[in-house]
Design a protein around this ligand. Sequence first.
Ligand SMILES: *Cc1c(COP(=O)(O)O)cnc(C)c1O
Length: 408
Amino acid sequence: MSKFPPLEIPHTIAAGPGPGNTDQRVLDAFSRSGVADHMHPAVLKGMVEAKEMLREAWGTKNLYTFGVAGTGWSGLDCAISPILAEDKVVMFVNGTFSGIDSIGVRMKAATAEELAANSLDPKPASVTVIDVPHGQSVTGEIVEKALAEHKPMWAMMAHWETGSGRINDIQGFNDACEKHGVMGIVDAVSSLGIGNFNIDDYPAVKIWASCPQKGILSLPLTYAPVSFRDEAIEVVKKRGVRTYDHHPILEARHWGIANGQDGQQHGYHRTHSCYAVAAFHEALRIMLEYGKANKAADYEFYNAGLRQAVEAMGCDVTSNMPSLIVLDLPGDLKGKEKELVGNCRAQNFGIWTTLSEPVQIRIGILNLLGKDSINEIASKFADAMLNMGAEFHKSKIMANLDSYLSSK
Ligand SMILES: *Cc1c(COP(=O)(O)O)cnc(C)c1O
């Protein structure tokens, strides 16, 4: 007898900032895969095709584009691995996730003494953190001013800050990096697979990282995409990085990238899972079948409908991301965000509060692009507000939403 019964995890509506709802096709690919080792030709073929699909999805010719096994933070750790102790860095923070990026960057840039002085949150002298208030975007002017003043080697920001639901100015960031000869690093965890952009349009951004569970929707732990321009790889070649498993050059070998070329002999780096490769490959196929522009337009359309509905319920929306609504509750419900979200989650309606102050509510629509899903989210959220004493005419709001969604 086992000490525990089999684990059962219920189905929830994953209507938060992430993870998104995994497509059944991805789960099928995961479970249909045979057992094959990490050097089996079919697994390696899957990795090569996934790498090529990733370049297409991301709009890049960067040779060093591949997946890092793990979650978003795994890809980000690989992305910031070229930052060495005492490197000068300017970090832009406007919410929870860029805040965590900043901790990672400071851990890399700290000297041994600086790390020991505050090991979980080091404050190296070589890193400048520019704090932009929650709910606001990082603008080109903010980046320009900071880079002109500090003249760092590296600058980093989030493309879309999922903590506050704000889109940051990637063009402005690129232009300021270009002007001041700074190597840009971007956390694109929540924009890849949702926004319609090509990373090759931003040549001063040398390193990008994303995740498996948001826009790509391959939640079975798979691959966090990364992409390095050659200039970043040159820095890595020259100076090295202090990691084996997230080493950009060593990790790329398993994806058939070596000596500045594709099509090279795959070098063992880690034991890749055939199941994970199959799932990641299918997720990328789905994404490219949908089409980047098409998918981005759908996110805009469904987000706009849901936004109008929650505003009609009296909520104040402070975000501008198309996959995520971040809002304040009206009047008497202010201050009860955690209670409301808790009530929803108890019914497997998975919305979130913010993870850092101020407390706001976050409702996401990852892979929920359809009339029924959006109606269901709005209806469940309306019920949660009404149960806590909000006053509005639900039937009227739902009828307006339905007619908007039917206009597509
Ligand atoms: C979700 C997220 C992360 C972290 O991704 P994990 O998959 O949880 O590791 C990092 N940065 C941003 C901007 C995110 O939205």
